[in-house]
Design a protein around this ligand. Sequence first.
Ligand SMILES: *[C@@H]1O[C@H](CO)[C@@H](O)[C@H](O)[C@H]1NC(C)=O
Ligand SMILES: *[C@@H]1O[C@H](CO)[C@@H](O)[C@H](O)[C@H]1NC(C)=O
Ligand SMILES: *[C@@H]1O[C@H](CO)[C@@H](O)[C@H](O)[C@H]1NC(C)=O
Ligand SMILES: *[C@@H]1O[C@H](CO)[C@@H](O)[C@H](O)[C@H]1NC(C)=O
Ligand SMILES: *[C@@H]1O[C@H](CO)[C@@H](O)[C@H](O)[C@H]1NC(C)=O
Length: 557
Amino acid sequence: MSRVKFELVLGLLLISCLFLRRVHGEDPYLFYTWNVAYANLSPLGVPQQVITINGEFPGPMINGTSNNNVWVNVFNNIDEPISFHWHGIQQRKNSWQEGLPGTTCPIPPGTNYTYKFQVKDQIGSYFYYPSTALHKAAGGYGSIRIHSRDLIPIPFDPPEAEFAVMIGDWYSKSHVELKKQLDGGRTLAKPDGVLINGKAGKGDNKDEPMFNLQPGKIYRFRFCNVGFKYSLNVRIQNHKMKLVEVEGSHTVQNMYDSLDVHVGQCYSVLVTMDQEPKDYFMVVSTRFSKSVLTSTATIRYVGGNGPASTDLPQAPTGWAWSLNQFRSFRWNLTASAARPNPQGSYHYGGINITRTIKLASTAGKADGKLRYAFNGLSHTDPETPLKLAEYFDVPDKVFQYDNIKDDPPAVDDENVKIEPVVLNSTFRNFVEIIFENHEKSTQTFHLSGYSFFAVGIEAGKWSPDKRKNYNLLDALSRTTIQVYPKGWAAIMLTLDNAGMWNVRNMALERSYLGQQFYISVLSPERSLRDEYNLPENFPLCGIVKTMPLPPPRYSGT
Ligand SMILES: *[C@@H]1O[C@H](CO)[C@@H](O)[C@H](O)[C@H]1NC(C)=O
Ligand SMILES: *[C@@H]1O[C@H](CO)[C@@H](O)[C@H](O)[C@H]1NC(C)=O
Ligand SMILES: *[C@@H]1O[C@H](CO)[C@@H](O)[C@H](O)[C@H]1NC(C)=O
Ligand SMILES: *[C@@H]1O[C@H](CO)[C@@H](O)[C@H](O)[C@H]1NC(C)=O
Ligand SMILES: *[C@@H]1O[C@H](CO)[C@@H](O)[C@H](O)[C@H]1NC(C)=O
């Protein structure tokens, strides 16, 4: 080998070593560029204004692996400010990237902003959606998938392929029209249909197959209810579904004929293509609604022959069935999680509760207009994000801490108070939150920034002695929980993620009209170990826009 050649090879070797070291030292990056725009589409056969991302509806998938760094550069080409929220992504130490009005200024029209976050120690099925105005009613949502790292075994064989199935009820009116009605204090009529990945098959074998699958193979479907208000039941003709994962927890793998997916929830199942090779319908229909809205999507066996039967399987009726199904969901304690330690070692059932927060969801009125509330308070987003007001040390100018109490008023008052609602908390406290549903419809609640143990759902009134009915062994660790009419649900978690976190009703009408609030979790040491400082060049709005930038609040390593 000539000397020059030898030096070249040596140089290349050195460069590749450096490259490898860099890759090993830092978690990989995923870069996405999104062009957010309006398009005229007809998901229900009637033309309407829809929000697309890179021309797609639903938007493109975010496909990552635990600990990946995700950068999403969003170009806002619609005529209103917009923000995106990453539903179920925990944003460890980093509520700055929540993309909610309480944490982040929206992206003005004609500009771009890059969300930068790490999907730390997470796996599972989630989704994103626009959090501003009523934009979600126009689309702008899509799936988020976080795979396990190669060295972490998953408790089933890798499927042949996997599919995101975004399901939801849908209005053919524009979000502007719907918003006008809600702002005017009126409730909305019932949705006009149900979409499956942006389409609404009528069960008549006239639409193209959505899924072309190989006979004999196993496929994974990740269902998320991205809709407006209704719980949905999903089923596949002649096929059973094996539940494997719910919002980041690997489950005990039970077989189901159908699954109830409440608003904001994600379930992922394995389906074996072991039936006569022909077409079959995936059927999605509304639950707990006076009249049932149904849509289908066609699953085709490759090389098969024959249309799907137009005899669609029915959904179960009533909520007792749904409650029983909830009780059948169990965490697989021997399966590994995103971290190498076994999940069962958390032993959440043995930790003493330091605080019980009871939240009653009610419908009410303010100035004669319809509002929804927790404990009599109906949240409104101030122009200055709460998190920024806290960081700039001017909370008093924007909101009041602890205006919401840990107990609902003894009697529901129809008149609710509208103000920014913020609950204080003590860092690392182990808390119990009881959601009491004082309404006649099924609700789903979500807490951002965390995964919590969904320890119990029951009918009737909660009292401390109900704790003996909790699942303190293998409840799922997840990010949403449903509550049936006039019933309650209990969750438990350690408040160990510092930041400003949102609690909300996942029904868009209800959160838009105030049934949400924020929990402020601050680490007493104000340490960088617990929370990141305000990111560089973070957009500012409201009263902090013209204020001098404070020195970094958190220090240390
Ligand atoms: C998603 O990411 C996984 C893991 O990196 C990869 O195996 C898979 O092919 C990706 N899927 C798509 C549709 O990009
Ligand atoms: C806007 O996009 C450009 C590249 O297209 C990028 O360099 C810039 O950082 C983006 N701005 C923000 C605020 O993310
Ligand atoms: C739980 O996970 C383990 C480990 O991957 C697997 O062997 C087992 O079959 C799973 N158990 C159930 C009941 O799904
Ligand atoms: C929980 O509280 C009980 C009763 O106050 C006490 O005896 C026990 O030591 C506590 N357990 C833990 C793990 O702190
Ligand atoms: C809430 O937290 C803020 C910020 O740490 C603190 O200033 C305030 O005193 C707390 N209020 C209550 C009632 O604990």
